[in-house]
Design a protein around this ligand. Structure first.
Ligand SMILES: N[C@@H](CCC(=O)N[C@@H](CS)C(=O)NCC(=O)O)C(=O)O
Length: 339
C-alpha cells in the first residue's frame, strides 16, 4: 500500500473513531438548559396538550424524568417537538431532538440500519382493528374486501399487509400521513376499518363523535414494543436514558413512590439505598448526581405511577396493566439491577 493511501486511510480511521467522542449529548443538553424531546403530535395518554397547553402523558413523563435526572429535579426543562410518524426518525438522526419518546416500535431495521438505539420498552403494545358496531363484525377474519385507513411511516402499514396476505384476504388501503386525517377519514366513512396500535385505538375512539358506536376487534396481530430512542455513537447518553427507564421500573419493584421517596432514603434495604444514591456512585458514574433517581421519582413517580396516572383504569383510556405489569406481577417489565 503506498504511503499516501495509508495516510488517507489513517485519517479516515481517526475521523471515524472521532465521531462518538464528539457526540456529548449530555453537555449539549446542559449548555442548552433544556432537553429536546420528540413526542407525538397528540395521542391522549401518551403525549397530548391540555387546555393550558401543557404536555402530558406516559411518553411525556419520560421526557420529564430524563430532564429531572439532569437538571436536579427540574422537569420543566424540556422543549417538546411534536412529530408525525414520518418525521420522527429523521428528526432524531438530524439532531433536531436529543431523545424520541413517541410510541415508536422497536424493530430490527430501526435499531440496526438507521444509526439509532432503542433504550428499552416503556409500553408493550400490539396492533388491532376498530370498526363501526353496525357493521356487525366480530373478528378481523371477517374483514376481507374492507377499506382500511392506516397511517404512513408506521409498522402498522407493514403488519396490515402481512396479516391480510397471511389470511388470504383482500383489502383496499387508504394510506394517510397525518393521524388526524386518518381519524377524520374513518369518521367520515371513507374506510370501514381503522388500524393502529391498540393503545392508539383506545385513544382515537375517545375522540370520535360517538365512541360507543365503535368496537375494537379481539385480534392483536403484531408485537409493538414501544420505547424511547437515541442516536448511536454516544454511549453516555444511551446509558442515561436507558437507566432512567430501568430506575423507574426498579423504583416500582422496590415500592419507592413519589410520596415516600424522601423517607425511603433512610431505608436499610441495600437495593433502595443504591437506587436513591445513598450508597454507591451510580449517578456520578453516568455523568449525573448520585441522587438522580430521587429527583426523577419526586418529579414523576415510579413506572407504575406513570402508567396509572396517564393510561390506567382511573383514566379515560382505562387500560389494564396486562403485559405492562412488572415481572413480579405476571407482566413483562423486568429491569436489570442497580449494582
Ligand atoms: N408503533 C408504530 C405506530 C406509531 C404511530 O405513529 N402511530 C400513530 C397512530 S396511533 C400515531 O401515533 N400517530 C400520531 C401522529 O402521527 O401524530 C410505529 O412505531 O410505527
Amino acid at each position: 500500500m503506498n504511503s499516501s493511501i495509508k495516510a488517507l486511510l489513517g485519517t479516515a480511521a481517526v475521523a471515524l473513531v472521532a465521531v462518538p467522542a464528539s457526540a456529548a449529548t449530555l453537555d449539549d443538553v446542559r449548555d442548552a438548559g433544556q432537553l429536546r424531546c420528540g413526542v407525538n403530535t397528540g395521542l391522549p395518554g401518551f403525549a397530548s396538550q391540555n387546555d393550558q397547553g401543557e404536555w402530558q402523558g406516559l411518553d411525556v413523563d419520560y421526557c420529564k424524568a430524563i430532564a429531572a435526572a439532569i437538571f436536579e429535579g427540574d422537569d420543566s426543562k424540556v422543549e417538546y417537538t411534536p412529530l408525525s410518524a414520518v418525521q420522527r426518525l429523521p428528526a432524531l438522526q438530524n439532531s433536531e431532538i436529543d431523545v424520541l419518546a413517541r410510541n415508536t416500535t422497536w424493530t430490527m431495521t430501526r435499531d440496526t440500519t438507521l444509526g439509532l438505539n432503542f433504550v428499552g420498552v416503556n409500553y408493550y403494545d400490539g396492533q388491532g382493528f376498530m370498526v363501526r358496531e353496525d357493521l356487525n363484525v366480530t373478528s378481523a377474519l371477517q374483514l376481507s374486501g374492507a377499506t382500511v385507513c392506516v397511517q404512513s411511516g408506521t409498522t402498522t402499514e407493514l403488519n396490515l399487509t402481512d396479516y391480510f396476505r397471511a389470511n388470504n384476504m383482500e383489502y383496499n388501503p387508504v394510506v394517510i400521513e397525518s393521524q388526524s386525517d386518518v381519524n377524520a377519514a374513518y369518521e367520515q366513512g371513507r374506510c370501514d376499518v381503522l388500524t393502529t396500535d391498540a393503545s392508539g385505538l383506545y385513544a382515537t375512539r375517545l375522540e370520535l363523535a360517538n365512541p360507543d358506536e365503535h368496537v375494537i376487534l379481539p385480534e392483536v396481530i403484531s408485537k409493538e414494543p414501544l420505547g424511547p430512542v437515541v442516536r448511536q455513537g454516544d454511549e453516555q447518553w444511551f446509558s442515561i436514558v436507558k437507566w432512567v427507564h430501568f430506575g423507574l421500573l426498579n423504583a416500582e419493584e422496590l415500592g419507592v413512590t413519589q410520596d415516600n421517596v424522601e423517607e425511603m432514603m433512610d431505608s436499610d434495604n441495600p437495593s433502595i439505598r443504591r437506587l436513591l444514591g445513598v450508597d454507591g456512585t451510580f449517578g456520578e458514574d453516568i455523568g449525573l448526581e448520585n441522587d438522580w433517581m430521587v429527583n426523577v421519582i419526586e418529579a414523576v413517580g415510579n413506572y407504575g405511577e406513570i402508567f396509572e396516572r396517564n393510561v390506567g383504569p382511573d383514566t379515560p383510556l382505562n387500560i389494564q396493566r396486562g403485559m405492562n405489569a412488572l415481572w413480579t406481577n405476571g407482566g413483562l417489565h423486568y429491569a436489570p439491577p442497580i449494582r
